[in-house]
Design a binder for this molecule. Structure first.
Ligand code: KMH
Ligand code: ZN
Length: 308
């Protein structure tokens, strides 16, 4: 069986500062937690930026520039910049950092969908910042736009013109068919790295039977040309990642997707979740891929081609 790639999504654009004191949103904290996650075994660092004043999701290149050089200097992990950004951003903003820094990998969300976070606003809490509660509540009327035109543009600008490879975020069975459409148009290079996303309200629920079905379908659509990873938002993060590893897939953890380390206990860092999944993966006899092994497995252009 192939070595296991651990992706770690450090901060994201879903959770807000009031939800956990350990969610990194200041540049120094994002950098430190990313480097610690890499040292704990994360092969790929999936990165978003936040406004250093109030932790709101940011597309500002300067906010990325405040942590990316430190991460690149202090670890060898693959830098993967989100092109999803935040569902409330437009595509031009979502692409700014990827266009500027030319990472080895980018995320690419494979369909337009609901991205409903409003249940998170129901829990009583002391909000640190004014933007948090309205942001979450407003997602009952939010469309996360990823049309075929958007997808084609990202494939062209980041893949064809800048040599990036993609973390294809598939939240639904339909997203696999959209991916197949772009493969058939000759716009996707192999091997294809699919991230099956579970647990976002608007996408698939965290059900192991659904994962079995997705793998069977991806086998049919892509044959030997793909590998898969699994992320599950919330408390199914580790159970679904464990199932993925058992089935020969790769795993994603990180505070972007889940703030807890066990039931009722906040994770104190991204590295803590990386260590948890690493021990599970190694306990089942699999070996975690190093960044250089992952570069070979995924056909990446190399860290020296990144403009950080
Ligand atoms: N936040 C995850 C559910 C992206 O950055 O492009 C999906 C994600 C999207 O990571
Ligand atoms: Zn993300």
């Amino acid at each position: 069986m192939e070595k296991t790639i651990i992706s770690c999504a450090i901060t994201g654009s879903i959770h807000t500062p009031s939800m956990s004191p350990y969610l990194p949103w200041k540049p120094a904290d994002i950098a430190r937690q990313a480097v610690e996650a890499a040292r704990a075994g994360a092969t790929i660092l999936h990165l978003h930026a936040r406004d250093p004043d109030d932790g709101r999701p940011s597309s500002d290149v300067a906010h990325f520039a405040a942590f990316l050089p430190r991460i690149a200097a202090d670890c060898d992990a693959v830098i993967n910049l989100s092109t999803g950004g935040s569902a409330i951003m437009n595509l031009e903003d979502r692409l700014q950092a990827a266009l500027r820094f030319c990472p080895e990998m980018c995320s690419l969300n494979m369909g337009t969908m609901n991205f409903a976070l409003y249940p998170m606003a129901e829990k009583p809490r002391d909000w640190l910042f004014d933007w948090e509660e309205p942001f979450l509540r407003g997602t009952d009327d939010l469309v996360f736009k990823n049309t075929p035109r958007d997808i084609a543009q990202i494939l062209r600008l980041m893949g064809q013109e800048r040599g990036a490879r993609f973390e294809f975020e598939c939240y639904d069975i339909s997203h696999l068919y959209m991916l197949k459409h772009f493969v058939d148009r000759g716009m996707v290079q192999t091997p294809i790295f699919i991230q099956f996303v579970f647990g976002v309200l608007g996408g698939m629920g965290p059900d192991p039977d659904t994962l079995d079905h997705l793998i069977a379908l991806a086998d049919k659509l892509f044959g030997e040309d793909y590998m898969f990873s699994v992320l599950a938002a919330g408390r199914y993060q580790i159970p679904m990642a464990t199932r993925a590893a058992e089935l020969g897939g790769h795993v994603r953890v990180g505070l972007e997707d889940n703030l807890m380390i066990s039931r009722g206990v906040l994770a104190r860092s991204n590295a803590e979740q990386v260590t948890q999944i690493r021990e599970i993966v190694e306990g089942m006899g699999r070996t975690v891929a190093t960044p250089s092994e992952a570069r070979d497995m995924l056909g990446l252009k190399g860290a020296d081609q990144v403009a950080v």
